[in-house]
Design a protein around this ligand. Structure first.
Ligand code: GYE
Length: 304
């Protein structure tokens, strides 16, 4: 009959979820992992958690292990966008539904996953660009921008770059004079910013694809004898507590929020796909934009 348990379901109907996380590269990621682990516990879902240390090959291995273990549902946050079709076909052939969480994959075959839960990174990039164009509305320019990109090939790096570029290209006074990856980490953000500062004497704005890189870059700016937030304006994405603290100190000018607290929604979707129910193909997270003037009031309420 139609009541047969899923491939990995325990006799008591408990759901087993295999979750292949990107790594532990940022404050956002740490908050995301905690949210997923807590939500699984609360929902009574057995979580098999794997950390890929920002390497696609590790994620592919983890997904293959989950398939062998015949988990009920696989969720993962793809470190990069491309190169997933083979392993996703393996999951599909094994009859295990896949949920994309946080980051999307680039594939023609949307039957390879049930849903994508996460933010609209293009929108985040546009919000960053819109803040900048408003900030410099009365300025003749030129406005020299350096960009710290996220992990090369990742959806948030590709999309945050694209959304931002789309908005600023309308006004010739804005120029991105340097753009490199800082791999979403503080250490690399600092290192790349040091190199930017050496080769460019005239940086007006830093656009960092996440808070950790911005916080690393702020150290580099200070060590170079400049004031972050004043001499060089700083735009960042995520909204971790440390970034709000830096905003209250005047060191970051604006943060575009990206919400990592996806755990409860993920467990809800997991229960539904495990039960064979239909779910929307796209579940988008709601988020805001926080200029410096709002940081002080918002800080106590930040949950990550
Ligand atoms: O912005 C960054 C993290 O995929 C949205 O990954 C996530 C990004 C987030 O390393 O801090």
């Amino acid at each position: 009959s139609g009541t047969a348990p899923g491939p990995g379901a325990k006799p008591d109907g408990e759901i087993v979820l295999g979750f292949a996380q990107v790594g532990a590269e940022s404050g956002w990621r740490t908050a995301n992992t905690k949210s997923v682990q807590e939500a699984a516990k609360k929902a009574g879902i057995t979580l098999k958690f794997s950390d890929a240390q920002q390497k696609q090959e590790n994620q592919i291995k983890a997904i293959r292990t989950f398939i062998q273990q015949r988990v009920d549902v696989i969720a993962f946050s793809p470190v990069v966008e491309s190169g997933w079709d083979t392993v996703l076909k393996e999951a599909k052939d094994a009859g295990i539904p896949v949920i994309l969480t946080d980051r999307a994959v680039d594939t023609q075959d949307t039957s390879l996953y049930k849903t994508f839960l996460g933010s609209d990174f293009v929108k985040e990039g546009r919000s960053a660009g819109e803040w900048l164009t408003a900030e410099y509305a009365d300025d003749k320019g030129p406005v020299n921008i350096v960009e710290l990109q996220g992990t090369t090939g990742s959806a948030p790096a590709n999309d945050r770059k694209a959304g931002f570029a789309e908005v600023i290209k309308g006004d010739g006074k804005f120029e991105v004079i340097a753009s490199q990856t800082g791999d979403f980490t503080r250490a690399k953000g600092k290192e790349v910013m040091q190199a930017f500062l050496k080769s460019h004497k005239d940086i007006d704005v830093l656009y960092a694809h996440n808070d950790d890189m911005a916080l690393g870059a702020i150290q580099a700016i200070e060590e170079a004898g400049k004031q972050p937030g004043k001499d060089i304006k700083v735009i960042s994405v995520d909204g971790i507590k440390d970034a709000f603290v830096a905003m209250t100190q005047g060191k970051i000018n604006v943060v575009v929020e990206c919400n990592p607290l996806l755990g409860d929604q993920l467990m809800d979707l997991t229960e539904k796909v495990a039960a064979g129910e239909d779910v929307p193909a796209r579940v988008e997270t709601e988020e805001g934009v926080f200029p410096q003037a709002e940081a002080e009031a918002a800080l106590p309420g930040r949950r990550y």
